[in-house]
Design a protein around this ligand. Structure first.
Ligand SMILES: Cc1cc2nc3c(=O)[nH]c(=O)nc-3n(C[C@H](O)[C@H](O)[C@H](O)COP(=O)(O)OP(=O)(O)OC[C@H]3O[C@@H](n4cnc5c(N)ncnc54)[C@H](O)[C@@H]3O)c2cc1C
Length: 629
């Protein structure tokens, strides 16, 4: 929308073209201005200089006259993208919850969903933009030379903790308020709000994973001690947990971990370096160490519980070497740590640490999949809004056929990813509530790596495209938009990289012969219900892709190199086939409700054309050549 009057120019957010000094000069105007994250007096000096350079006489003019001239000669300022209520505006989420939750359960939680949607699109979103430059600060020493290693997190993170407790962003998964759909409810809460909480989801995912791991550990004493904190709805007692696995030797090959564990009376002492520890502000962590005398590899490691601070709030034989300077997730205090005989408690036996921490990974990978979707959804919500506001070549972008096509493509990817991530949540809830069949258990084992790797890759691609939808503004930091892509880029890396999870998918197949059949059965079930004629091509595509994956698996046989080389294409084919099946199932439900498949059918048809079958046999020799020369 064009801005013609200088009075309007005055309050435009400055990254969209407003001279910064205007706000400093006219206090009355500032007072009347809408609360904007961009309202700032900083840098007014420089703007003054730049303004002068536009017109040699400008510095001789009264500020008001000068600004009037400027606004008259360059009258256009772009209205920035904004967000509405993130529940009301999300047709897919509302449809999905209506389909999955019993009507009375949905009615019970509707107000809370709407409240979170309102905060996420309004107050919290503005606070996140305002908080953009606030990053965690490490203070290693106090004024008197004592080693303190204090980490101060951003103001928004402090608010996020209060919200977590109030809305049970972790606890809701365990409170059984929705029976075996409690995980769907919990992840819906997080999906609604987390895109406005600066990746506070990172410690929450680990907290959730730690709760599950302790609950399943058989160590009742430890579980009774920690769970009331991890699942607390009281800010005074709430804890978050870390998950310290990665060492300099490797985050994928954790079996090479060098941290040692020595028994010291009733306790153990850990010594070593942890190379990536996110949420170092947590009160506890689960971590791995090798008990004295144990053999190599993951089996020789043991799983330990560490309470980070003593009663004075000081770290217990832990030094924070530094915070990582990262591409994204910059609000997350990810640290390198040295453990110098840190007291620790054995969670289970003094071996099999990698196996024993696996329940944590199933949870954090599910969080990762849902996080991929809430980030994609945020990019699309902003891109759709911007398309209504930005005019080019005589029309709104929203009316340009090619721009529509661009947004439609990423919207279809997002809807597909949404269904896969929430299918994981459904299965997790059923397994925890002990209502899952054997088939569903096998399916979940396959789905956790597949959903994590598939949705994470989609998130990076979708957000890259979403950023481009804003043109240059998408690349400019103080619009807040580049953070979306930078934050998304961590999703395929942490909690297992794409390659590592592709290999994990093969491992799951080799350990449980029924798991591949579980995937086939799932996709067949989805396709069987999708009887609307407009979905026939989609179901055929999903089934054909699955058949292609089966053929590839059979042809690779026991050739380990061939299996490893094609593992990613195989896993992505399974992921995308499942997504397409789920899209069809959902579109059918919409058709039965509304008489037509609507947006859901459009998503299925577009996604079906976007490459479901990723199996393309490739020469190993070519790969060796291209990866080395
Ligand atoms: C922001 C951030 C926060 C993090 N927070 C934590 C945390 O809190 N706790 C924690 O424990 N870790 C954390 N990590 C670490 C993360 O989990 C690891 O970086 C990740 O698992 C990869 O390990 P690596 O960095 O050692 O890479 P490597 O394992 O060395 O992998 C390098 C490359 O090799 C590939 N690769 C490895 N093995 C194979 C194979 N067999 N076949 C084919 N390709 C292979 C990988 O896919 C990758 O592309 C964090 C990382 C980041 C970026």
């Amino acid at each position: 929308m064009e801005r013609l009057q200088s009075s309007v120019c005055n309050w435009l957010p400055r990254q969209w073209g407003q001279p910064k000094h205007r706000l400093a000069e006219n206090q009355d105007e500032t007072k009347n201005a809408p609360k904007s994250s961009w309202v700032s007096n900083a840098g007014s000096h420089e703007s003054e200089k730049n303004a002068g350079s536009m017109d040699p006489n400008a510095s001789l003019l009264a500020p008001k006259t000068r600004d009037a001239l400027r606004c008259a000669s360059m009258a256009f300022f772009q209205t920035p993208p904004s967000l509405g209520n993130q529940f009301d505006d999300d047709a897919l989420l509302r449809e999905y919850l209506e389909r999955i939750l019993p009507a009375e359960t949905l009615a019970e939680h509707l107000a809370e969903y709407r409240e979170l949607g309102e905060m996420a699109g309004g107050d919290l979103y503005r606070a996140m933009l305002a908080d953009r430059e606030n990053e965690p600060v490490l203070t290693p020493w106090d004024a008197w030379g004592n080693r303190v290693d204090r980490i101060e997190v951003s103001p928004l993170w402090k608010r996020a903790e209060a919200l977590t407790v109030k809305h049970g962003l972790v606890a809701a998964g365990y409170e059984n308020s929705c029976g075996d759909l409690s995980r769907v409810h919990q992840f819906a809460l997080n999906y609604l709000v987390q895109a406005s909480l600066d990746v506070y989801s990172c410690p929450l995912a680990m907290t959730d994973g730690a709760a599950r791991t302790l609950m399943d550990s058989g160590n009742d004493e430890l579980a009774d001690y920690a769970l009331p904190h991890l699942l607390s709805r009281d800010p005074a007692t709430f804890w978050t947990s870390g998950q310290w696995m990665t060492e300099r030797t490797g985050g994928s090959d954790v079996g090479k971990s060098e941290t040692t564990a020595v028994q010291d009376g009733d306790t153990w002492r850990l010594t070593g370096t942890k190379w990536f520890t996110s949420a170092t502000t947590s009160q506890m962590t689960l971590t791995l160490g090798r008990p004295d005398g144990n053999g190599p590899g993951g089996r020789g490691l043991a799983l330990f519980f560490v309470e980070l601070r003593d009663s004075d709030g000081l770290l217990r034989n832990i030094e924070v070497n530094r915070l990582k300077d990262k591409l994204g997730t910059r609000k997350v205090p990810t640290a390198e740590l040295t453990l110098n005989g840190t007291p620790a408690t054995l969670v289970r036996e003094a071996e099999n640490g990698v196996r024993n921490i696996a329940p944590m990974l199933a949870i954090t990978r599910t969080w990762n999949a849902v996080a991929s979707v809430w980030l994609m959804r945020r990019g699309i919500a902003l891109a759709r809004d911007f398309a209504k506001k930005r005019v080019a070549f005589g029309a709104s972008l929203k009316d340009k056929p090619l721009h529509q096509d661009t947004i439609a493509t990423i919207a279809a990817e997002t809807e597909a990813a949404f269904h896969l991530a929430f299918r994981c949540a459904e299965l997790l809830g059923k397994i925890e509530a002990k209502t899952a069949s054997d088939h569903e258990r096998s399916l979940f084992r396959m789905l956790t790596p597949i959903a994590k790797l598939t949705t994470a890759k989609q998130a990076v691609a979708v957000l890259s495209e979403a950023i481009e939808c804003f043109g240059g503004a998408g690349y400019v930091e103080d619009t807040g938009l580049p953070r979306l892509l930078a934050d998304a880029q961590v999703l395929p890396i942490w909690e297992g990289t794409t390659n590592v999870l592709s290999l994990d998918t093969l491992r799951a197949l080799s350990k449980d012969a029924t798991s591949f059949e579980a995937v086939h059965r799932e996709v067949r079930r989805q396709c069987d219900v999708a009887t609307d004629p407009s979905l026939a091509g989609c179901t055929a595509t999903a089934l054909a892709a699955l058949a292609s994956a089966s053929e590839w698996l059979a042809s690779a046989g026991s050739d380990r190199n061939a299996l490893e080389q094609g593992a990613r294409r195989f896993a992505l084919t399974l992921g995308r086939s499942l997504e397409l099946g789920l899209l069809c199932q959902h579109a059918q439900w919409v058709a039965e409700r509304d008489g037509k498949t609507g947006r859901a059918g459009a998503a299925a048809r577009r996604f079906a054309a976007a490459g479901i079958d990723q199996i393309h046999p490739m020469s190993q020799d070519d790969a060796a050549l291209l990866s080395s020369e």
